[in-house]
Design a protein around this ligand. Structure first.
Ligand code: PLP
Length: 428
């Protein structure tokens, strides 16, 4: 499988039916699994044998789809979660505990920012946020003795900043901790963070991977590259006996390739139960089968829309790393030579009032809080997700009241541009 192209993996990886078996991944719609003897089942509970016993922990449909995502990212093991939020929480909490510290890029998805800054703080886990543009010295200064992970997003939602993955990975490794990268926006079709030194990759599969706005989900992929035993004092959860499994030491028993995902499944999935439903995993797989065909079209539409907007007098500024004028263009070219994604943001002259009337006039682009699916959608943060903030607060947060995020879908770009042109004409 490893030598095959990315498109072949999108279509075929993760599931190879035997003679006379279903061609499509079967939906194993069963909460539980039957065994002939208690001894057989006991071996599963002791992690002595691998197999299924209860879908709160693992399900075969999910595992086929997770294996496909692992193959796409160039990882060695993966698991699906019920949402992207659950994926990022699990990826961090698998190696952090009360008293740990995280270094995170400040330019990340609002939900993840809140998870780390507010909810994980209540669990006694501290964070230092750093600019995605930090120098090596600034990054080094953010680490503490209790730092256990570095976190960032390849292309941040919604700021559209691009993470210098190599720089962040090197900083993490200088301090003996892994880099976790949320790769939701480019997907492995456009960027594979593991190839640049990331240790763990996460996804909100709700976005491009599903791609049709049908199923909320998440995924965690382990590169298998991080040597937990070499930093055993930092990661006792992986390198010390787990009493809830008869004293198993994950990093010893499952090695670099198996420890992270096995622990995450057998502890966090067991205790928190954020499993993706097999039905959603099936829908996600349908999305993955065309991911390599859809992403170039999202990029083509995103670039065309960004260029059009840039030429319009009503537009103050366009953020899109694919534009040569974008501050992240060079770094985006390095990590994503084929382009990043279809999400563009732009600021209208006339602030809140202009944005409000613009949103009203759009015909094709729907108003949604969603991004990254087949249908183009638009959001004005000032009047929706960030409604509680004043214009001054919005400006300070880098989200001016006139900012609009447009997620370019798979329609014909001429129609998207016509919709925008007609709408802009109404707000002269
Ligand atoms: C949407 C999103 C999430 C959260 O994912 P859900 O599936 O909505 O829980 C996390 N990270 C990024 C980059 C996202 O865009």
């Amino acid at each position: 499988m490893n030598n095959q192209g990315l498109g072949t993996k999108c279509v075929q990886a993760g599931y190879t039916p035997g003679n006379g078996e279903p061609r499509q991944i079967p939906i194993i719609q069963s909460t539980t699994f039957k065994y002939d003897t208690s001894e057989d089942m006991g071996k599963l509970f002791d992690l002595e044998a691998s197999g299924y016993f209860y879908t709160r922990l693992q399900n075969p449909t999910n595992d086929h789809v997770a294996a496909k995502i692992a193959a796409l990212e160039g990882g060695c093991a993966a698991m699906l979660t019920s949402s992207g939020q659950a994926a990022n929480f699990f990826a961090l909490f698998n190696i952090c505990e009360c008293g740990s510290h995280i270094v995170a890029s400040s330019s990340i998805y609002g939900g993840t920012f809140n998870l780390i800054a507010v909810t994980m703080a209540k669990m006694g886990i501290e964070v230092t946020f750093v600019s995605p543009d930090s120098t090596d010295e600034e990054l080094d200064a953010a680490f503490k003795d209790n730092t256990r992970a570095v976190f960032g997003e390849t292309i941040a939602n919604p700021a559209l900043t691009v993470l210098d993955i190599e720089k962040f990975a090197n900083a993490a490794h200088r301090h003996g901790v892994p880099l976790i990268v949320d790769n939701t926006f480019p997907t492995p079709v456009n960027c594979r963070p593991i190839e640049w030194g990331a240790d763990i990759v996460t996804h909100s599969t709700t976005k491009y991977m599903d791609g049709h706005g049908a199923a909320v989900g998440g995924a965690i992929v382990d590169s298998g590259n991080f040597d937990w035993m070499a930093h055993a004092d930092k990661f006792p959860g992986l390198t010390q006996p787990d009493d809830s499994y008869h004293g198993i030491i994950y990093a010893e028993k499952f090695g670099k390739e198996g420890a992270f995902i096995t622990k995450c499944t057998s502890q966090l999935m067991r205790d928190f139960g954020c499993i993706q439903s097999p039905q959603n995993a099936f829908l996600l797989n349908l999305g993955l089968e065309s991911l390599h065909v859809r992403m170039p079209k999202h990029v083509e539409n995103g670039l065309a829309v960004a260029k059009f907007l840039q030429s319009q007098p009503q537009v103050v500024k366009v953020n899109y790393p694919g534009l040569e004028t974008d501050p992240y263009h060079e770094i985006a070219k390095k990590y994503m030579p084929n382009g990043g994604c279809g999400v563009v943001s732009f600021e209208l002259k006339g602030g809140r009032k202009a944005a409000e009337s613009f949103m009203k006039e759009l015909k094709l682009a729907a108003i949604e809080t969603h991004v990254a699916d087949a249908r183009t959608c638009c959001l004005n943060p000032a009047t929706s997700t960030h409604r509680q903030m004043t214009d001054e607060q919005l400006e300070a947060a880098g989200i001016p009241a006139g900012l609009i995020r447009i997620s370019c879908g798979l329609e014909d770009k001429e129609d998207l541009i016509a919709d925008l042109a007609n709408t802009l004409a109404t707000i002269q």
